[in-house]
Design a binder for this molecule. Structure first.
Ligand SMILES: Nc1ncnc2c1ncn2[C@@H]1O[C@H](COP(=O)(O)OP(=O)(O)OP(=O)(O)O)[C@@H](O)[C@H]1O
Length: 284
């Protein structure tokens, strides 16, 4: 489904949570939506899911506004950090409700995931541990098979092994059947390799939308004698640098040819380091 975001703004009194944001997500991909605390990510995802109204501008999904739009909302599944489900419901009833709501629901996958995460179907939501409640959210998000599935920091309380399981299954399901997945997280180093396209919000503004592969080409590590590297990086945007025994390595924002043509040794740097750098400093 095509998502068009046109001049989208959302204000809460004097806070501009989103400030004239425009972009298009034109095909099913795994999108990473990144940004520091308060950048506007959750606000965007809530508007996209039809839960809240924009103050100005619009989001169109295949040309339609998602707010109060039943046909569209059954194509969108938003899983948040917590409080996804009514606390007095039993797990099995939560699953029944979502199975009824989503025409694309995959019961076989839901059953498999319940076993994987060892969830007690008869437990009430309010009796679940934080990790178990997150597992239930992840199960609903994956099994919904919604053409637009949105995960907003969905794994509070889940340990590293349970998170890895989630990433593995998400990728498996995505490979079997492509859909639009929007993933917002602060655990960038864990998931950066999954992203096909990355969007970065800062203070309510979109500061970057880039294919992950292109991003990988936008920074490099350059090494050599301290004086040579220092001279080379003097007029460059440096991410970080370290020195050891007269040698220096610097992570530089730019194209690798700059370094190779200067006769220095250069190689790519891990995408997560670049993303962390961009979310922390770009536009600041
Ligand atoms: N319901 C609300 N009432 C008032 N202000 C709000 C409300 N929701 C969000 N905000 C403000 O809007 C801004 C954007 O918040 P939002 O939750 O969208 O950011 P975020 O990028 O999801 O942050 P985080 O990574 O911390 O979850 C923040 O300044 C926040 O305080």
């Amino acid at each position: 489904m095509k998502i068009e975001v046109n001049n989208l703004s959302k204000s809460y009194k004097s806070t501009k949570a989103l400030d004239h944001v425009s972009f298009t997500l034109s095909e099913p991909k795994i999108y990473g939506l990144l940004g520091r605390n308060g950048a506007g990510k959750t606000t965007f995802m809530e508007i996209l899911s039809g839960h809240i109204l924009a103050s100005d501008g619009e989001i169109l999904i295949d040309g339609e506004n998602p707010f109060d739009n039943q046909r569209l909302t059954e194509s969108i599944c938003l899983i948040k950090e917590g409080d996804n489900f009514k606390r007095d419901l039993k797990v099995k009833n939560v699953l029944r409700i979502y199975a009824y709501f989503y025409p694309t629901w995959d019961q076989e996958l839901a059953d498999e995931l319940i076993k994987e995460y060892n969830l007690n179907l008869n437990a009430k939501v309010k009796a679940l541990s934080k990790g178990m409640a997150s597992a239930l959210g992840i199960i609903v998000g994956l099994a919904s098979k919604a053409p637009i599935t949105i995960f907003d920091e969905p794994y509070i309380g889940l340990d590293a092994a349970a998170r890895k399981k989630f990433y593995d299954i998400l990728l498996e399901e995505y490979e079997a059947e492509k859909r639009t997945i929007i993933f917002s997280t602060h655990l960038i180093d864990e998931v950066s390799l999954m992203f096909e396209e990355v969007l970065i919000l800062q203070d309510g503004k979109l500061i970057m939308q880039e294919e992950a592969d292109t991003l990988r080409d936008q920074a490099y590590a350059v090494s050599g004698q301290v004086e040579d590297v220092e001279q080379f990086i003097a007029d460059k945007e440096v991410i970080q640098s370290k020195q050891l025994a007269g040698m220096m390595t610097a992570y530089v924002y730019g194209h690798i040819e700059q370094a190779t043509s200067a006769g220095l040794t250069a190689e790519g740097i891990p995408i997560q380091e670049l993303m962390i750098y961009l979310t922390e400093t770009k536009g600041a």
